[in-house]
Write a protein that binds this ligand. Sequence first.
Ligand code: HEC
Length: 122
Amino acid sequence: MVTLAKLVIVIITTLSTSSTIGYEPIKGKDELTAVHVYNYTTKDSKTKAFQILENKCNVCHKKRNKRRVFTIENMNTWANDINKQVFIKKRMPKGKKIKLTSQEYQDLLTWISYTKTSNNGI
Ligand code: HEC
């Protein structure tokens, strides 16, 4: 217990001294980490979303809607449209044969919300 109390005091003293002397660099580092995590998650959710677009959407679009074949390069520009067709109007995926699992809906939504946030300028 006593050691624990000492440890807490040491931590508090370290934190308070560093926040007066070295606050700026520490803040900068935290921000860097946050940006890194953000990029990582965004990239990951994009890859997942692309797999869904490729398997469940492009299979048909390649034949029936050639102007909207999604690629990893163009998919972000279609995010709003995809949101509208899949989640708001529920027109896509078209027909009864191809269905999305609830996990796939979730993954698409995650990508769409990250894409919207990043388009709004973080
Ligand atoms: C079985 C075929 C088929 C599947 C599967 C399919 N689409 Fe489509 N999609 C079409 C066709 C045909 C059109 C053009 C005519 C229309 O809009 O209905 C279209 C149009 C669209 C449009 C443009 C609509 C507009 O006019 O703005 C979007 C966006 C879209 N699809 C997204 C998707 C997404 C996302 C998926 C997968 C989750 C998907 N589609 C799956 C056939 C399909």
